[in-house]
Design a protein around this ligand. Structure first.
Ligand SMILES: Nc1ncnc2c1ncn2[C@@H]1O[C@H](COP(=O)(O)OP(=O)(O)OP(=O)(O)O)[C@@H](O)[C@H]1O
Ligand SMILES: [Mg+2]
Length: 266
């Protein structure tokens, strides 16, 4: 057997019998690998076509594109809520199996009402850590930290369905933070936030080490938080680059129905 063909790293040799003493596979730096991904809802035209995407660990990727171009659908596929019609998705080299919970990935839903369901804010935030089998003390600690980070301490006992849109959004974000996934998918995170809450989120995300994907029409937010961006249009990725190089390209932005954000206008 030729070990150099099967192992990415040459195995150290055992001096006595001249056999490899271990097959060493280096840890992959790839958090998300998407190959030739296609998807359509039943009896509808394709919503995603031939998506190829690689996201390395710690990357912060912004996803921009017109309404209906497929951003939310891509997120639902990445976390196994939807089943691809073709192609593959791997998270940390493990294939995504639709319907199977992967604690490494957490999704902030575009509509917080899709995410919040418990009787109180703190119960909602505790839900994921409890289901991950953590000890009560650890769950309580995570809930407290998530409430503090999002500034939602005073709402801990309130029923989520009685909160304002922005409060719901921050509580949904707190729930995601308490889960501490290695990959965070934020779908329109600033849609309901006031400027102070939006700034708090920017500062938090700028400091976080997790792999981050943000789908948003808030282009200034993506400029501040992300180091790479993809532009989607009509089910396809049509441009990849730094957020400033994509958003600052007036021809490109206009071609795909978007505008150059104010801070990049000359
Ligand atoms: N459950 C569904 N059944 C049928 N079609 C759907 C369904 N959900 C979304 N679509 C369609 O799929 C396409 C992509 O929708 P998606 O929500 O992924 O877009 P998006 O890029 O997130 O848009 P937005 O910027 O408005 O959030 C749209 O044409 C939409 O109408
Ligand atoms: Mg969407």
């Amino acid at each position: 057997m030729n070990y150099s063909e099967t192992s990415p790293v040459k195995a150290p040799m055992n001096a006595q019998n001249n056999l490899p003493s271990a097959i060493v596979t280096p840890p992959s730096n790839t958090a998300i690998a998407v190959t030739n991904l296609c998807f359509s809802y039943p009896d509808k035209p394709e919503v995603l076509q031939e998506i190829h995407l690689q996201v390395d660990t710690g990357d912060r990727l912004g996803i921009i594109g017109h309404n209906g171009c497929g951003k939310t659908t891509l997120f639902l596929l990445l976390c196994g809520v939807l089943t691809p019609t073709a192609g593959t998705i791997h998270l940390f080299d493990e294939p995504v199996i639709p319907g199977k919970f992967r604690p490494e990935v957490g999704l902030l839903f575009q509509d917080p009402d899709d995410q919040l369901f418990a009787a109180s804010v703190q119960d909602d935030i505790a839900f994921a850590p409890q289901n991950m089998g953590l000890l009560t003390e650890e769950v309580e600690q995570r809930v407290e930290q998530a409430l503090t980070l999002t500034g939602m301490e005073s709402l801990a006992d309130r029923p989520p369905h009685h909160l304002s849109g922005g409060e719901k959004q921050m509580v949904a974000i707190a729930g995601l933070l308490a889960m501490r996934p290695q990959i965070m998918l934020y779908d329109e995170p600033t849609a309901n936030l006031d400027l102070r809450a939006r700034r708090r989120l920017i500062q938090f995300l700028q400091q976080s080490q997790e792999t981050l994907l943000v789908a948003s029409h808030d282009l200034e937010f993506i400029l501040e938080v992300c180091d790479r961006a993809i532009l989607m249009s009509e089910a396809r990725i049509v441009a990849t680059g730094t957020p400033a190089s994509i958003m600052g390209n007036a021809d490109l932005m206009h071609t795909y129905g978007l505008e150059v954000p104010y801070s990049l206008r000359r």
